[in-house]
Write a protein that binds this ligand. Structure first.
Ligand code: IPE
Ligand code: IPE
Ligand code: MG
Length: 253
């Protein structure tokens, strides 16, 4: 079957994308690593390692074509339910990629922003995160937002709690709270909402990702497992996005 798929891909028309109308912000739920590994008789950690390589190639391609923001879901607040061994393997990968990013950032001018509760991460990873964010401040290239220990509901509750604390301290009045102010308390403060959200692996759900920000996002679902997600498929997703008409509640122009 893989041979047949390979042949099919060879003859499949390459998706044409219009580089002048790219989505400003693409977000991806990097799902399917475990199934990718199981199908090969490999441990789930091998799937996460393969998925991390896919992230590297997709992020590089997004930077090269001029995508301004790429947000990826790497670990959710619910993923703590997994076996400790799998979680440790994910932290090991993260450590490796953060160290590598710190070394390469000056050359690639990529900005990295972590979205999520980093307080629960191992100490050394937290330090690497702070260092990556500190270095990022000087760069102006593509911004990579990596969602780690991230949950959309937690993000909203955290914003509400911080707003309430400011009200209790007399810094704010409840009537000052509007959508713009609320947004400025989210992890994604200052980042435009995602135009296109991609979910590989055949699932058709949001799994607590960017609940506030996805209000008017376009969705692209595919059965492809994340480690197999290719640049060609990203182009297919962008081409489909470019064929859609976004109305934001208005009527056709
Ligand atoms: C996504 O892949 C990565 C994380 C959630 C950390 P999964 O590990 O969920 O892969 P599947 O869904 O079990 O195949
Ligand atoms: C979503 O995938 C989280 C990440 C990709 C990091 P999950 O595998 O955790 O989602 P469910 O459990 O299938 O909804
Ligand atoms: Mg999954």
């Amino acid at each position: 079957m893989p041979e047949v798929c390979g042949l099919f891909n060879l003859f499949r028309k390459k998706a044409e994308i219009d580089l002048s109308r790219l989505p400003v912000h693409i977000a991806i739920i990097m799902d399917g690593n475990g199934r990718w590994a199981s199908r090969r008789g490999l441990p789930r950690s091998a799937g996460h390692a393969a998925g991390a390589e896919t992230f590297r190639s997709i992020a590089t391609y997004c930077r090269d074509i001029g995508i301004q923001y790429l947000t990826v879901y790497a670990f959710s607040t619910e993923n703590w339910k997994r076996p400790e061994q799998e979680i440790t393997a994910i932290w090991d990968l993260l450590r490796k990629y953060l160290l590598e990013s710190i070394q390469k950032m000056a050359k690639e001018r990529v900005k990295i922003h972590i979205m999520g509760d980093v307080g629960a991460m191992p100490d050394d990873i937290r330090q690497l995160i702070y260092e990556t964010e500190r270095l990022s401040r000087t760069y102006s290239g593509i911004q990579l937002n990596i969602c780690l220990n991230y949950g959309g509901r937690y993000e909203i509750v955290r914003a509400a709690r911080n707003l309430a604390a400011d009200c209790a301290a007399g810094k704010l009045q409840p009537a000052d709270i509007d959508q713009a102010l609320f947004e400025s308390f989210l992890y994604s403060a200052g980042v435009p909402d995602p135009d296109l959200i991609i979910r590989p692996s055949g699932e058709h759900r949001i799994s607590n990702f960017l609940l506030w920000q996805c209000a008017y996002s376009e969705f692209y679902f595919t059965k492809t497992l994340w480690p197999d997600f290719s640049i060609n498929e990203l182009n297919t997703a962008i081409a489909e996005y470019q064929r859609r008409e976004r109305r934001f509640g208005g009527i056709k122009a």
